[in-house]
Design a protein around this ligand. Structure first.
Ligand code: F6R
Length: 614
């Protein structure tokens, strides 16, 4: 949510920052802007809309300079227009600031600054930062770095900022609290700053992840120095990025979402690698091994998450309760954090998050920690805030997910949760050896079966054509396929803007059935398993009201085929693993329908990836 990127060094800064903004555009695309330092001039380029608008505008101007800061915005305060676009200037245009986050006390600060004679151009909360830094600098005749440090003592809220100034042309000053910021150490004495590593990877693999309330000063003469807000100097902890540049490209696919859907055999395989071996009969999530006893003995496991990750958590609840017989509760992180939950040291709270930066999920964890709970994380982004704040955890290894709609991250999360359930069940003795071995083999077969499911793409495209104009859609499932129904509905609504609802199939009779008529497509997960017969009855209820049935069935099913308008077959697998296969056709359906409706699949309206504001 908002992407920031900056460069200082010997190269031309503008093209590097512009390219960085394109990589970060998934974090917001309401407006984009760059301020570039060229000798004694600090030049500003800002445009509403996508980075391409900014690029077209800037092409007509001189963008030369050795240092630049750039921002791609997901609007919080103020309309997404040119004026509200970042960076924001100080009144004398000698300092510019980019910011990701929310300044909660901006109104109070703004009134004080107006009283000090400052004028505001924009409606943003960010503009207070630049005037505050300027005010403090002038009053006490301070360096920019010191003024930034002191200014942050007055600020409440979340921020990742980078400050550029005419007076210190060899320096950029950055700071973070609750919003991510990475420093890249270039190979030519140059430096990069960004919300995540994606704009940096092309130039260097050496990075430092800033911690909360740390200030980084990158200086062409003095190098990188890090201070905490109390002004104590810290030794930078340099890490090596494992990510490869190809992971950030579309690789011949029309959209990132399509690429990421097709990557799932590989991403699930990567998630399983080194963690399961059916021949030797073991499963191990090494990051959690030391905490398994605690998890087994816990009063309950509470999984906190948002959106798609919350759906993965619901699948996890089914699996962990059924296999390991441990009490699991799943909570929306945003609700959990504000409802004064009863938590103590006997609870284990697990956060699930692709980005590892979701503000509500992070805050829910911090709350749980403050009440003495053990906190664990399942994240995709290495080095993310959640992965660093937790006592332990494991990565999903899905690789960078650029499409705003989550796809491969979901199946990787479900894979980790499946392994977690199996490992806990085995350790606790709630699964027989033979069932354990059989399940391990089935788990190892999932990547190949996902590959098979992807072959149904052309069938799915034809089905999509029939329902692309539908105004509404229902998704039904039971057991661990209920969260799959929720996820299918979310995927459709977020990228095609069709109103869609996911329901437990049996709940239909308690209200939603009133919606069904001959125009209502009803997507049903009707695979073989415990509730198969019951789902078949639900299908009949829909048919009796002339609804259109699109069913996901187990290969070879004839029963549902006779009733449904369309079927999509998926390979037979253990019931526990159905979510990993049944989700894929629903992702493809949403993709094709969105495309047919002319929607921007990778950057759906009003959305952004990595929701770093609550
Ligand atoms: C939907 C989607 C969102 C995210 C949610 C949580 O496709 O991507 O619902 O799942 O914003 O994000 P993370 O997993 O990064 O915490």
């Amino acid at each position: 949510m908002c992407g920031i990127v900056a460069y200082i060094g010997k190269k031309q800064a503008f093209p590097i920052v512009l390219k960085g903004l394109k990589r970060l555009e998934y974090r917001g695309y309401d407006s984009a802007g760059i301020a570039v330092l060229n000798g004694g001039a600090l030049n500003m380029f800002k445009r509403s809309g996508k980075v391409a608008n900014l690029e077209a505008y800037a092409m007509e101007h001189n963008t030369e300079g050795h240092a630049a800061i750039g921002h791609t915005r997901w609007a919080t305060h103020g309309l997404p227009n040119d004026i509200n676009a970042h960076p924001h200037f100080s009144n004398d245009e000698s300092i510019a600031v980019i910011h990701n986050g929310i300044i909660e006390n901006y109104d109070t600060l703004k009134k004080e600054l107006i009283a000090h004679g400052y004028t505001f151009q924009s409606e943003t909360d960010t503009e207070v930062l630049v005037h505050l830094i300027d005010d403090i600098r002038r009053n006490d005749n301070l360096t920019i770095a010191e003024a930034v440090r002191r200014a942050l003592h007055h600020v409440e809220g979340a921020y990742a900022i980078v400050v550029i100034s005419k007076d210190n042309p060899n320096q950029l000053v950055a700071a973070r609290k609750s919003s991510p910021l990475v420093v890249g150490i270039g190979n030519e004495g140059d430096f990069f700053l960004a919300s995540d590593a994606t704009p940096i990877i092309e130039y260097t693999k050496r990075v430092v992840y800033l911690n909360d309330e740390e200030i980084a000063v990158v200086d062409l003469n003095e190098g990188l120095r890090i201070f905490n807000i109390g002004n104590q100097e810290k030794t930078p902890f340099i890490q090596k990025l494992e990510m490869e540049l190809e992971a950030l490209e579309k690789g011949g696919y029309e959209h990132f979402m399509l690429k990421e859907i097709h990557e799932q055999p590989r991403s699930i395989q990567d998630c399983l690698r080194g963690r399961v071996n059916s021949n030797e009969g073991w499963v191990a999530l090494r990051g959690l091994l030391d905490y398994e006893t605690k998890m087994i003995q816990a009063k309950r496991l509470i999984i906190v998450a948002c959106g798609t990750s919350w759906h993965a958590a619901l699948v996890g609840e089914y699996l962990i309760e059924d296999l390991a017989r441990i009490n699991v509760e799943v909570e929306y992180a945003s609700e959990f954090r504000y409802r004064n939950p009863i938590i103590d040291e006997n609870d284990v709270v697990i956060a699930i998050s692709q980005s590892g930066e979701t503000a509500d999920t992070l805050a829910a964890l911090e709350l749980a920690k403050s009440k003495g709970a053990t906190i664990l994380g399942v994240c995709n982004v290495v080095g993310s805030s959640i992965s660093r704040v937790t006592d332990a955890g494991c990565y999903t290894h899905a690789g960078p997910e650029i499409g705003v709609a989550s796809t491969k991250a979901f199946t990787a999360q479900v894979t980790v949760l499946t392994l977690m359930a199996l490992s806990l069940a085995h350790k606790k003795g709630t699964i027989s050896e033979s069932a354990f071995h059989a399940l391990l083999t089935e788990v190892e077969d999932v990547p190949a079966k996902v590959k098979e499911v992807l072959k149904t793409n052309s069938i799915i495209e034809k089905i999509a054509a029939e329902y692309a104009e539908a105004p509404n859609a229902l998704y039904l499932g039971r057991g661990s396929s209920f969260p799959v129904a929720l996820e299918g509905a979310l995927k459709l609504k977020e990228i095609s803007y069709i109103h869609a609802e996911g329901y437990p199939a049996a709940e239909m009779k308690h209200g939603p059935i009133a919606l069904i008529d001959e125009n209502m497509p009803v997507f049903v997960i009707a695979t073989k398993g415990n509730s198969y017969e019951k789902v078949v009855s639900n299908i009949q209820e829909v048919k009796a009201r002339k609804g259109k049935i699109i069913a996901i069935v187990t290969e070879g099913d004839v029963n549902v085929k006779e009733m449904a308008d369309h079927v999509i077959e998926i390979p037979e697998t253990h019931e526990y693993l159905v979510p990993l296969l049944a989700t894929i056709p629903l992702q493809l359906l949403s993709y094709h329908i969105a495309l047919m409706r002319g929607c921007n699949v990778d950057q759906p309206r009003n959305l952004a990836k990595s929701v770093t504001v609550e």
